[in-house]
Every structure is written in C-alpha cells, then in structure tokens.
Design a protein around this ligand. Structure first.
Ligand code: 9YT
Length: 136
C-alpha cells in the first residue's frame, strides 16, 4: 500500500510549478495505479488555456471560486467547492480563477511527472515502459 501526505510532496520533484498553477502530484504513473492524482493550486486572477488531447482529466474544486469555458461552444460553467468538471471529450478549455482555487485532479492515463504544457496546452503522452524481462 502507498501512504503519502501532501507535506511529503511539497518542495520535491512531485511539486510542479507553472506560471498560473502549482501541482502537488500525490500519485504518478510510477505508482502503478493507472491514473495520477494531483492537488493543484490555481493562482487568483489567472486564466489558463488547456487542451489535454492525450489525457482525460477530472477536476474537483475543493476551495476557491472561478469558471471554466469550453472553447468549442463558448459555454461557461461556474466553479465552487463541491463542483467537478470532467474533460470526457478531451475538451479544449479555459480555466479562470477569481480567487485562489484548490483542485483535486485525476489524469487517465497517468502523467509521469515531468510533463509541461506544450504550446497547445496539452501534456505529451508518455509511452508505457516495456515490462521488465525476467532473468533466465
Ligand atoms: C486544473 C488544471 O488542469 N490545472 C492545470 C494543472 C494540472 N491539473 C496538473 O498538472 O495538475
């Protein structure tokens, strides 16, 4: 069993900083769960365009307020603690934080931890490593 705390991740390579957010990766691909689990802080007053073309992501807001817009149809959804959005169609979207927001994010497939958003707002797909060969 894996037991880990947020404190365990802060200041380590599991604590990833970007211009508009920081993401504490509690579970990564190497943990072998088939998804990754992140505790993410979105900076207040920011706008983040994203488009995870290689991943599905669910985002559960637990603190703060903001909105998310789906680019294809311009719809805007208000976010507050207790609201989840799920990018089930790899939706291109824009996240706007009115206050600092704290989000619990789940990625399928899991991120490996070193990805950064590319110019489209996506993370690259990290190929599975080959299974270790048993010694004969
Ligand atoms: C909510 C969101 O997608 N923020 C961007 C960071 C991402 N969730 C991550 O890598 O944790």
């Amino acid at each position: 069993m894996i037991v880990r705390t947020l404190e365990d991740t802060v200041g380590t390579d599991r604590d990833v900083q970007a211009t508009t957010w920081s993401s504490r990766r509690l579970l990564l691909r190497k943990d072998g769960m088939g998804f990754s689990l992140h505790d993410t802080l979105i900076k207040p007053g920011t706008e983040t365009p994203m488009w995870y073309q290689n991943h599905l992501e669910a985002v559960y807001c637990i603190e703060g307020e903001g909105e998310v817009e789906t680019v294809s149809d311009g719809k805007v959804y208000q976010l507050q603690p207790g609201t989840v959005y799920a990018l089930n169609n790899n939706d291109q979207h824009i996240l706007r934080a009115r206050t600092q927001m704290r989000m619990v994010c789940v990625f399928n497939p899991p991120v490996s931890g070193n990805e950064v958003h590319d110019e489209t707002g996506a993370y690259p797909l990290v190929e599975e490593e080959p299974a270790p060969q048993s010694a004969s």
